[in-house]
Write a protein that binds this ligand. Structure first.
Ligand code: GCU
Length: 413
C-alpha cells in the first residue's frame, strides 16, 4: 500500500492551533449552551468584604479598588516580586526612519534593556508617529504577537495600505494616531520550558528558580513589559503619553485589561476577544474555563489560580471587577459571534456589570443587560462594545471601531 505523507509547513501550525479552538480536543465538556449556564452570584463590586458600602469615587479609589487589585494580583495574575537586586531600565533608539511609508510617519526601533546584578533581558519596542500631526500625537500601544524585529514593518510589504501583519498603519496615521508595539516573547516565553528564564529570573532571590504561587505568570510579566514601554513613551516628544490607548487581542487582550487596571498612565484600553481570564466572567463557565486554561497554559496565571479550578464560585473576584478598576478611563470590549471559546456573552456581561463603577464616576456606561445587535458598535459610552459576525481575529471593521472609540474619547481630551 502506498503511504502518502502530508507535510504541514511549520508556519501553518499556529493557524491550526487557533482553528482548533472549538475542536474535539479542547471541546470535551465545554458548554456553549446559554440554557446550561449555572446559576451564579457575582461578588459585589461596591461593597467591601467587611460589608462597607462604597458610595463615592474617593472610597472607590482609596478602599475598594486597591482591595480588588490586590486580589487579582495575588490570586489570578500573580504579583511582581521585589527583586533582590535593583532593576535598571535603559532605552536606546537603535534606528530612526523619518521616511516610513513614503514620509507619512517616523519609525523608531527602541531597545528596552532591563538589567540588574543577576542578568539582563532586552525587549524591542517599535514606535510609529505620524509626521502630519503638529506636536505629540495620541497613540495606540499594542501588546503584540508579531515579532517587532520582523521585516513586516518595512515599507515594502504594503498591500492595499495594509502591512502583512494586518495592522492598518496607514489608517492610523491618516487619523492622526501613532502606533506602537511591544513583543511579549522578548520578555517571557509562553511555553513551559522557556517560561521563567526571561524577565522572571532577574527577580529571583538566591535559591529560587520558579515563581511562588502568588507570583507573576506570563500575563503579569507582559503587563509589566508594557509599563516599561510607557516609561519610554513618557520621554518621547512625538507621542502624547497622556493619550495612549493600550490594546491587545486574545491572550494579549487579557494582558491589556490587567495592564490598564493597574497602570493609570494608560488613558484608554481596548481588549479584543480576550475571553477566559480576560473580559469573560469566570462563573459562567461558558467556552474556555479556568480548568481548560490552566491545563493547557499552566503559567499564564499565577499558581494560586489553580486552586479555583471547578471552584469558581469561591473566587472573591470576577472579571467585571477587573474592568471596573480601569474606571473612569474609557474601556472597549470586542467579541465575535463565532468566537464562542471566548464567550462573547460573558464578555459583554462583564462590561455591563463593571459599568456601575463608571456610573459612580458620573460617566456614561452600558445600560442594557442585553448584548447589542451584531455589528452595532457602542462608541459614545465610557464602556464601549461591539460583537461582529465571524471568529477569532481583528478585522478591518474592528480596527475602525477601535479608532472611532479613540476619536470620541481621546481626541476631545
Ligand atoms: C487559546 C487560549 C485562549 C487565548 C488564545 C490566544 O485559544 O485558550 O485563552 O485567548 O489561545 O491567545 O490566541
Amino acid at each position: 500500500m502506498k503511504i502518502i505523507k502530508f507535510a504541514i509547513p511549520l508556519c501553518v501550525l499556529p493557524l491550526l492551533d487557533l482553528q482548533s479552538r472549538e475542536s474535539k480536543e479542547y471541546d470535551n465538556d465545554v458548554n456553549y449552551d446559554e440554557a446550561k449556564i449555572p446559576h451564579y452570584d457575582l461578588p459585589k463590586l461596591l461593597v467591601t468584604p467587611e460589608g462597607k458600602k462604597i458610595t463615592s469615587t474617593k472610597e472607590w479609589n482609596e478602599i475598594r479598588r486597591p482591595q480588588i487589585l490586590s486580589l487579582f494580583s495575588n490570586l489570578i495574575y500573580g504579583r511582581v516580586p521585589e527583586p533582590s537586586s535593583p532593576i535598571k531600565v535603559d532605552f536606546k533608539v537603535i534606528k530612526e526612519d523619518e521616511k516610513f511609508m513614503k514620509g507619512k510617519a517616523t519609525r523608531k526601533d527602541i531597545d528596552i534593556k532591563i538589567s540588574n546584578d543577576i542578568g539582563n533581558v532586552t525587549m524591542r519596542f517599535i514606535v510609529f508617529s505620524p509626521n502630519d500631526v503638529k506636536g505629540p500625537a495620541p497613540a495606540f500601544l499594542k501588546h503584540s504577537f508579531n515579532n517587532t524585529r520582523s521585516n513586516d514593518f518595512d515599507a515594502s510589504p504594503f498591500r492595499k495600505g495594509k502591512l502583512k501583519n494586518g495592522w492598518p498603519l496607514g489608517e492610523f496615521f491618516d487619523r492622526g494616531y501613532g502606533f506602537c508595539a511591544v513583543y511579549h516573547e522578548d520578555l517571557v516565553k509562553h511555553n513551559e520550558v522557556g517560561f521563567g528564564n526571561g524577565i522572571h529570573k532577574l527577580f529571583y532571590p538566591k535559591g529560587q528558580s520558579f515563581p511562588k504561587a502568588s507570583e507573576w505568570g506570563v500575563i503579569s510579566a507582559c503587563a509589566w513589559g508594557a509599563m516599561r514601554a510607557m516609561d519610554y513613551l513618557e520621554k518621547d516628544d512625538d507621542i502624547d503619553h497622556t493619550r495612549v490607548a493600550i490594546m491587545g487581542h486574545s491572550k494579549m487582550g487579557k494582558t491589556t485589561l490587567w495592564t490598564a487596571a493597574q497602570d493609570e498612565r494608560f488613558a484608554l484600553a481596548i481588549s479584543a476577544q480576550s475571553g477566559c481570564a480576560g473580559a469573560a466572567l469566570w462563573r459562567r463557565k461558558s467556552g474556555e474555563t479556568l480548568k481548560k486554561m490552566v491545563t493547557r497554559f499552566p503559567y499564564w496565571l499565577c499558581r494560586n489560580a489553580w486552586k479555583f479550578v471547578d471552584q469558581e464560585d469561591d473566587l472573591p473576584v470576577d472579571q467585571h471587577m477587573l474592568i471596573a478598576c480601569i474606571a473612569p478611563r474609557p474601556v472597549y470590549i470586542h467579541s465575535g459571534v463565532k468566537d464562542t471559546w471566548a464567550d462573547g456573552r460573558g464578555e459583554y456581561l462583564s462590561a455591563y456589570h463593571a459599568s456601575k463603577v463608571y456610573e459612580l464616576f458620573g460617566k456614561k456606561a452600558l445600560k442594557s443587560k442585553d448584548s447589542p445587535t451584531v455589528g452595532e458598535a457602542i462608541i459614545d459610552s465610557h464602556v464601549g462594545y461591539h460583537i461582529r459576525e465571524g471568529g477569532h481575529s481583528i478585522e478591518s471593521f474592528d480596527w475602525k471601531r477601535f479608532m472611532d472609540f479613540a476619536d470620541h474619547h481621546l481626541k476631545s481630551k
